[in-house]
Design a binder for this molecule. Structure first.
Ligand code: AMP
Length: 511
């Protein structure tokens, strides 16, 4: 009933104004042409006289503010850099889900976390990743710090872990050391799908053992992780042998490419002179067509490396890991020795092959663009930067690519449990009391939502409904004075007043 009255009043006022202002007639005409714009707009604003209308005006101004906010634009100088991204909203659910799975599995496998700095000396990466690798040669964010040191934003983790192993004396602990890590990395690459300038990795390192079983353990870990995440990935595996094996292979490779060089890309022409193995990593069509017929490193392995590789594969067979031997997998970094591996999403591989199925060599051509992760042995890295000869193996996963895969494959993730309680308050005094009580409930480990920026009970109840909570607690002035609180069952609408002292117990009973 009261609503009807208000409507009548409004009509009266607007009629009056229309008489006074003939322009209004114009706006009516316009309304026909652009009904949406005008509906938001003017005539009703001026009729604000009742309490209800005041509230409505408030809402309209908020709406208007929101529209206007859309018009604001960040100053170009303050915009995010190319190749960088913010992770907010729904994406955070994916991040938390992925990290939780990785951390849980790592800890169950007996890995301990390590945190290393984001900024390191440039020399560390030149010496280990390799000065001819793309990462070091072209992609590092390098600068001089205020003391004049040549430093870089870390482009990968393994060298830092190797450095920490020496500097923190981890070699004194029982070997092998098992570490996991995660964080951002920086590579100045051409941004494109699946390739950004700041990206995140989660990785594992096992330092202090040369056993093939250890390589197999890391690969098994990955198979388990991908199956837990619901991602289908193929495991590509190869052996790069030791320095001696590679020396023989290198000269054979140069010989093979000698007469094909003129058709190959400029980068590969340089690579043939500086680091011929890196040619096998090239994704350009001009080069890949020669790569699939190139001699295979596995045929040049010395006895020891061959034994190591065979044992690794046997071990994988025995523990039921499905892998694909990929004779042209080299990984882009210089420190790898013997076993190397990568994880390719099966869907992406099929998609590419559908369009390029006629060329078998392209089956190997997708790794660097789509790999979800990869790793391998790096038995010489630690010695190279000053430690003693220490065999080691490790891997890393690209978090963004894994999350992309989860989304593309529409894999359902378990989202964090939403709050089951909403805490509403009425009146200023009650709101302070409510804040204190809210904190107490948090400490009791209840997952609880509230909005202390809102005063109106109605608005708070709307929020409680939206969040789908089971229970809403209501604290008004009277309850604050009486040391009581209202517990409202949101399904039945039943309300009960309980003593604040008994609140925790009462909530536990109801949830
Ligand atoms: P890498 O350290 O180059 O062996 O890379 C390991 C994994 O990190 C890759 O398999 C990708 O999943 C991911 N990754 C490498 N570079 C990038 C990048 N620029 N943007 C996003 N992910 C990347």
């Amino acid at each position: 009933m009261p609503k009807k009255r208000i409507i009548k009043k409004r009509k009266k006022v607007s009629v009056k104004k229309k008489v006074g202002r003939p322009k209004k007639a114009k706006t009516k005409k316009k309304k026909v042409g652009r009904p949406k714009k005008k509906k938001v707009g003017r005539p009703r604003k001026k009729t604000v006289k009742t309490k209800t209308n005041k509230k409505r005006k408030g809402r309209k101004t908020l709406k208007k503010q929101k529209i206007e906010e859309g018009k604001f634009k960040i100053k170009p100088e303050a915009q995010i850099l190319r190749g960088m991204s913010d992770i907010v909203g729904e994406d955070i659910d994916y991040w938390q889900y992925t990290f939780k799975k990785m951390i849980n599995l790592s800890e169950r496998y007996g890995f301990n976390q390590i945190i290393v700095p984001v900024v390191e000396k440039q020399f560390l990466f030149e010496k280990s990743t390799g000065s001819t690798s793309d990462v070091v040669e072209k992609q590092m964010y390098s600068f001089k710090d205020r003391a004049g040191h040549n430093v870089v934003l870390r482009p990968e983790f393994t060298p830092s872990i190797g450095r920490a192993y020496i500097e923190r004396g981890l070699f004194n602990l029982p070997q092998p050391i098992k570490l996991y890590y995660f964080g951002p990395l920086f590579r100045y690459e051409r941004p494109q799908a699946g390739r950004s300038r700041q990206f995140h990795q989660f990785g594992l390192e096992i330092i202090g053992s040369d056993k093939p079983l250890i390589d197999a353990q890391l690969i098994l870990f990955s198979q388990t992780l991908f199956s837990q995440l619901g991602i289908k990935a193929s495991i590509q595996i190869n052996s790069l042998g030791c320095e001696e094996c590679r020396e023989n292979y290198r000269s054979r490779l140069v010989q093979y490419f000698k007469f094909k060089k003129r058709w190959m890309c400029n980068d590969c022409k340089k690579r043939l002179a500086k680091n011929p193995l890196r040619v096998l990593d090239c994704n350009k069509n001009s080069c890949r067509k020669f790569i699939h017929q190139a001699p295979q490193l596995v045929d040049y392995l010395c006895d020891d490396c061959q034994k190591h590789f065979v044992k690794t594969l046997e071990c994988l067979d025995e523990i039921g890991v499905v892998y694909e031997f990929n004779p042209y997998l080299v990984r882009g970094l210089d420190y790898y020795t013997q076993t190397v591996f990568e994880f390719w999403p099966i869907r992406a591989k099929k998609e590419k092959l559908k369009t390029q199925h006629t060329r078998a060599w392209q089956a190997y051509g997708l790794s660097s663009q789509t790999a979800l992760g990869g790793g391998g042995r790096y038995d010489n890295l630690i010695k190279g930067i000053g430690g003693r000869l220490t065999p080691a193996t490790g891997l890393s996963y690209g978090i963004e690519r894994i999350i992309d895969e989860l989304k593309k494959e529409e894999i359902k993730i378990i989202k964090p449990r939403p709050p089951q309680i909403f805490f509403a308050h009425v009146g200023e005094k009650a709101s302070r009391h409510a804040l204190k009580l809210f904190n107490k409930l948090q400490n009791e480990r209840f997952k609880i939502a509230a909005n202390f920026a809102k005063d109106s009970l109605r608005a708070q109840m709307e929020l409680a409904h939206k969040r789908g909570v089971k229970i809403t607690l209501i604290l008004g002035q009277q309850e604050a004075l009486d040391n009581t609180i209202i517990i409202r069952n949101m399904n039945t609408g039943n309300q009960e007043v309980v003593d604040q002292e008994k609140l925790v117990k009462e909530l536990r009973k109801r949830l």
